[in-house]
Design a protein around this ligand. Structure first.
Ligand code: ADP
Length: 392
């Protein structure tokens, strides 16, 4: 069975084609600058990589060229060989608690929820329409990044604001990275051979979120109404006092939109260090004695540790802490700094095991009270698995 997993933006389309019998990636790639001058695509697998400039007027062009190239490269012999297509959707509102087979109603809802994800949802809808045009008989599934978090209790997903904001405007916590957290929970349950786990899943990348998971279900998560909330991120502030917004608007003569853009794009590691949003540059800066890089890292670590502490209590203890995404999978220094701050809970690192990168590995010491694991995430495979399970 061959399933294609799609992640579309307004001018891009990222794909992975899986052989679901082996979980092997047959090909993956990216179509960029769709509808903009200088559009191009990359298609690769373990044996080849091609990059070509080509005119891409819209997403339909990209889909057709993608499928024709896969035939030309003999990865598939015809369009019919694609058994299903899974689309990553950033926001499913509070309606979609799990992945669903695509219908006209689903596409309309994705457009309806654009208020919550104005940059992403409209692009997802356009891309689904393009795929349905080119592959009218192929079953398609939407996998929502918010769905996994829909098991939160009301007291965890509501903000203590006037209740009618929730009733009238759907102001509540939705969370994000749900597909990644769900994959991690599934993977660590397989590794440990049990489902009854209290997991604190730390997805630490350019964007980052931490999720408390009990028996495979999300109990709480750090991202909120939007991905701006929670821990300090590459360019996002994480939680702040909202009174800062009107204050800075007045002082700096900025609009609300400009302040929110600064909180999303110029804050976090970048805002504090003044150097970079990339944790590798921050680590380099720290080695060179840059104090603001050290400060940015301290603030990042502190925000992560604070939520681990909160979720430890919310879960009534913790069986396993997992680290994933760019920083979580690769930065042993950051993992060590975080775990060292958990000593009061009896959580201890195995420094030798912590040297691991890019593979599932236990990095806690044998006498640690909670297990700590590195688990590489694979959102594309998770999307393909959900698609397979629904179209079977
Ligand atoms: P995104 O949220 O865009 O998917 P990623 O999960 O790719 O982000 O994570 C990007 C982050 O991971 C960057 O801050 C980058 O510096 C960090 N990262 C990647 N590789 C390493 C590494 N070897 N050491 C430290 N940090 C790393």
């Amino acid at each position: 069975m061959k399933i294609m997993s799609i992640n579309a933006g307004s001018s891009s389309l990222k794909f992975s084609l899986f052989n679901m019998d082996t979980d092997e990636v047959l090909a993956s790639g990216l179509f960029e600058r769709i509808g903009i001058d200088g559009s191009c695509y990359t298609i690769k697998n373990s044996e080849f990589k091609i990059k070509e400039e080509v005119e891409l007027k819209d997403h339909s062009d990209a889909v057709k060229i993608l499928l024709d190239k896969l035939i030309e490269l003999k990865i598939i012999s015809s369009y019919d060989e694609i058994d299903g297509v899974g689309h990553r959707i950033v926001h499913g509102g509070d309606k979609y608690t799990k992945s669903v087979v695509v219908t006209d109603e689903v596409v309309d809802d994705i457009i309806k929820f654009s208020d919550f994800a104005p940059l992403h949802n409209p692009a997802h809808a356009i891309c689904i329409k393009a795929f349905r045009e080119v592959l009218p008989n192929t079953p398609m599934v939407t996998v929502f990044d918010t769905a996994f978090h829909q098991t939160m209790e009301k007291y965890n997903y509501l903000y203590a604001v006037p209740y009618e904001w929730y009733e009238k405007y759907n102001v509540r916590k939705y969370g994000a990275h749900g597909t990644s957290h769900k994959y991690i929970a599934k993977k660590i349950s397989e590794v440990l051979g049990r489902d009854d786990l209290r997991i604190i899943s730390c997805h630490l990348g350019q964007g980052g979120s931490i999720t408390a998971i009990k028996d495979g279900k999300c109990i709480d998560t750090t991202m909120g109404f939007t991905p701006l909330a929670g821990i300090v991120m590459g360019t996002r502030s994480g939680d702040i006092d909202p009174s800062i917004i009107p204050y800075v608007m007045e002082k700096a003569g900025m609009s609300a939109g400009e302040v929110v853009t600064a909180l999303n794009k110029k804050s976090g590691l970048l805002g504090i260090s003044g150097v970079s949003s990339d944790s590798r540059d921050i680590e380099e800066g720290i080695k060179e004695g840059n104090e603001r890089c050290r400060l940015a890292q301290d603030m990042f670590i502190d925000s992560v540790v604070r939520f681990i502490g909160e979720y430890y209590l919310e879960l009534g203890g913790c069986d396993v802490i997992t680290f994933t995404a760019g920083i979580g999978e690769n930065s042993s220094a950051t993992r060590k700094e975080i775990i060292d701050k958990l000593a009061v809970l009896g959580i201890k690192i195995d420094e030798e095991a912590n040297k691991t990168r890019g593979e599932v590995a236990k990095i806690s010491a044998d006498d640690s009270t909670s297990l700590v694991y590195v688990v590489p995430t694979n959102e594309e495979l998770m999307i393909a698995m959900e698609t397979r399970d629904l179209i079977k």
